[in-house]
Design a protein around this ligand. Structure first.
Ligand SMILES: [Zn+2]
Length: 288
């Protein structure tokens, strides 16, 4: 499933190619892609508009149009946004943008969970306010901020990292990689992190995401970049999907457990399990 590095890779590749291009027309083949909006309504709203940019927030792609509106797209499990020149053999086409230079932007998606939503000028911040937390590659993402997000959270660190309302853009792959880099056990309660753990986790998250970007994203299954090519990050995982393989850091062996229904890979020898902090006991209530 595409996470921050995969979505950011698509953005960086496509934005210089499509910025300033006019959308001749949009063709939606699957009404589920843009529901509840009817495909014809979205097609009419987008046709003739000029693309002002392609950005990212969390795992969302943001296609800015010259009328101030933004088409928000999410790739979900198996979606891809690919720039196509001439004939192509991509399957599972759900929508395509025909650009004024003859090229086309295709949204392909075998499992059809990807989606699109057109937001009006000024609606973007409100839309994401309740859904997405801090951007981990921004200056706002400090150890202090991480501590504020983790305060009072008894959830295991793995689940904590997957919650988009805390930190935006991390999924199953980069949560495992970040925890390994930080030497933290995935079942440690989030609230148990001390300042040194918070700093280690912040560094681990940033390093894991940057490694993903350097590797052009990870193609475990369907992910393709903006040019339709596979990423290389899947060959560079430290622990993710490496069950039974030697730990890259110590003599341990990578194990797999399931946390919140998600496969989780870690080294039990060098990733420390933090203890749950004891709750302060309330003074016993005296009867009057
Ligand atoms: Zn180890």
């Amino acid at each position: 499933m595409p996470e921050l590095p995969e979505v950011e890779t698509v953005c960086r590749q496509l934005e210089p190619e499509i910025e300033g291009r006019r959308i001749e027309r949009l063709e939606v083949y699957d009404p589920r892609w843009c529901r509840p909006a009817p495909p014809a309504e979205l097609e009419a709203a987008v046709a003739g508009r000029t693309i002002e940019g392609l950005g990212r927030r969390g795992k969302y792609l943001l296609l800015s149009l010259d009328d101030g509106r933004t088409l928000v797209m999410h790739l979900r499990m198996t979606g891809n946004l690919v720039l196509v020149e001439g004939e192509d053999e991509l399957n599972h086409l759900r929508a395509r943008f025909v650009l004024d230079d003859g090229r086309e932007l295709w949204f392909t998606d075998p499992r059809r969970f990807g989606e699109a939503l057109l937001l009006g000028d000024g609606e973007l911040d409100a839309h994401f306010a309740q859904r997405l937390g801090v951007e981990p590659l921004s200056d706002e993402f400090t150890a202090e901020r991480l501590g504020e997000i983790a305060a009072g959270r008894r959830a295991p660190l793995k689940s904590f990292l997957l919650d988009q309302k805390g930190i935006a853009g991390i999924g199953n792959i980069y949560a495992d990689e970040a925890l390994f880099r930080a030497r933290l056990h995935p079942l440690s309660p989030a609230e148990s992190m001390k300042p040194e753990h918070l700093e280690a986790l912040r560094e681990g998250i940033v390093a894991a995401l940057e490694a993903g970007l350097d590797g052009g994203g990870a193609s475990i299954d369907d992910y393709r970049d903006g040019r339709g090519e596979k990423g290389r990050m899947q060959d560079e995982f430290l622990v993710h999907t490496r069950e039974g393989k030697p730990c890259p850091r110590c003599d341990g062996t990578v194990e797999r457990i399931v946390v919140s229904g998600r496969s989780t890979y870690f080294c039990p020898s060098c990733q420390v399990k933090l203890r749950r902090r004891p709750r302060r006991r309330r003074p016993a209530r005296r009867s009057p």
